[in-house]
Ligand binder design. Structure first.
Ligand code: ARG
Length: 465
């Protein structure tokens, strides 16, 4: 660091020795926090307006500052901002540039009563809120793809699984909507946490508050925050919003991961239920016949990365004394990575889901009569037989079909069924051994019948409106 720059560094007054060059690199957040340049400039613009309201800046000085800030913003937007090797972070970089543009006499006043502690917390919250707004919008798009497909493909039946074993017939739409239900909860959670992100720390100073009585409400309003953080110590040290965003991302990615796992299974040759568009598959460098579901595997895999970011930062936060400690600078890289990963994952999931094709014949062919064993039991329940007994009777019918070497219970004759239980009537075959009827019988809220699936679609549409 040159002598001159040493004097210029923010805390230069007390420090005379120069920084170990590696320490300078180690300390710098500029390489990754520069993406908050807009929030940083906007925060300073509003903060200086509040200083002017206190008479700490003349209107002439304020005009100069605001025009300098506008120039800096334009430089950033045009990709022409020139960093200096001494720029430690985005805050020092922008202030250094402001001094160059309007002179340090005036630029030296913008930080009056402000600390980088309340400044960085403000920048982060502004930046994150903006990113979350975009994430919310694309998440809504993804949800509406789920809902539209569910509506269009409502007649497609497939096996529903427990323990990954064929269990009961369901609608493909019902499966789709199961994930849409998770995602609509994710959407709700996101909107709730956005309110907590959107609180203003600015005016809290380094930790103890503002010595000139700055109007924090005014600042918050101008920056479109929902309110102010009412304790200055909390304002500068609270990173719960960072953790919340990362937890939100982790849970969301968990849902996406489970969804992807289902789809990876459904896209295998053994299942063949769905086929991914070429745009979301890749081949093998060795085996010419391969079409791999890489998009889904990455969606599944990246959930680990997002969770890791959250877990890592939780460890950073644990046991930190109040208030600002440099450890907090470690919030940015994991958080930014989570935001990018989640946002890309939403877009990829949307692409995958909107372009895949469904092989409804294969899905239908995977339905087997044993999946109607519960329906066979239910048939007798309707005739007044207790379920525990009908469960046993139906099991005996399955056993009989096995013993007779039949391919399924539907191949038993009426006489054979009646040999198991005399209460089976002539209508049993038509009533029970029909997948469509089985699905249609589940009309209660949340079931597989068409009315119940349409009801789910309507509920989700309402949430999306
Ligand atoms: N770059 C720092 C960060 O990201 C800004 C705050 C620095 N504050 C301080 N007291 N050194 O956390």
């Amino acid at each position: 660091m040159s002598e001159e720059n040493k004097l210029k560094s923010l805390w230069g007054g007390r420090f005379t020795g120069s920084l170990d060059p590696l320490m300078a690199l180690y300390n710098a957040s500029f390489p990754y926090d520069q993406k908050m340049y807009q929030a940083d400039i906007e925060g300073t613009r509003v903060y200086t307006a509040a200083l002017a309201k206190l008479g700490l800046l003349t209107s002439d000085e304020l005009t100069k500052i605001h025009s300098g800030l506008a120039d800096i913003l334009a430089e950033w937007d045009a990709g022409q901002f020139k960093a200096s090797p001494d720029d430690e972070d985005i805050h020092t970089a922008n202030e250094r540039r402001l001094s160059e543009l309007i002179g340090k006499e005036v630029a030296g006043k913008v930080h009056t009563g402000r600390s980088r502690n309340d400044q960085v917390a403000t920048d982060m919250r502004l930046y994150v809120y903006e990113q979350l707004t975009q994430i919310r919008d694309i998440l809504k798009e993804l949800l509406s793809v789920f809902v539209s497909r569910a509506e269009v493909e409502i007649d497609v039946l497939m096996p529903g699984y427990t323990h990954l074993q064929r269990a009961q017939p369901i609608r493909w739409s019902h499966w789709l909507l199961s994930y849409a239900t998770y995602l609509s909860n994710d959407l709700q959670r996101l909107e709730q946490l956005m309110e907590r992100v959107n609180m203003s720390p600015l005016g809290a100073g380094a930790l103890a508050g503002h010595p000139y009585g700055i109007d924090r409400e005014y600042i918050a309003k101008e920056l479109h925050f929902g309110g102010v953080i009412p304790n200055s110590l909390t304002a500068v040290s609270d990173r719960d919003f960072v953790v919340e965003v990362m937890f939100w991302g982790s849970l969301f990615m968990n849902h996406i991961s489970r969804f992807s796992e289902d789809m990876i299974i459904y896209s295998t040759a053994e299942f063949g239920f769905i086929s991914l568009a070429d745009a979301y598959s890749t081949g093998s460098s060795l085996m010419p016949q391969k079409k791999n579901a890489d998009s889904l595997e990455l969606l599944r895999g990246k959930s680990g990365r997002v969770f890791g970011s959250m877990a890592g930062f939780m460890m950073t936060l644990k046991s930190l004394p109040s208030t600002y400690n440099k450890d907090l600078q470690e919030d940015k890289e994991p958080l930014f990575d989570v935001l990018t990963t989640v946002s890309h994952s939403i877009s990829i999931a949307t692409g995958v889901l909107s372009t895949l094709s469904v092989n409804k014949e294969k899905m239908y062919a995977a339905l087997t009569p044993d999946m109607l064993a519960t329906d066979l039991a239910d048939y007798l329940v309707r005739k007044g037989v207790p379920f525990r007994e009908t469960h046993h009777i139906s099991g005996a019918a399955v056993k009989l079909a096995e013993v007779k070497g039949l391919s399924g219970i539907d191949k038993l004759s009426l006489a054979e069924l009646q040999s198991v239980d005399a209460r089976f009537g002539e209508d049993v075959m038509a009533e029970v051994f029909d997948f469509e009827k089985s699905v249609e019988r589940r009309t209660a809220i949340g079931g597989t019948a068409k009315v119940a699936v349409i009801d789910q679609i309507e509920r989700l549409r309402k949430k999306l409106a």
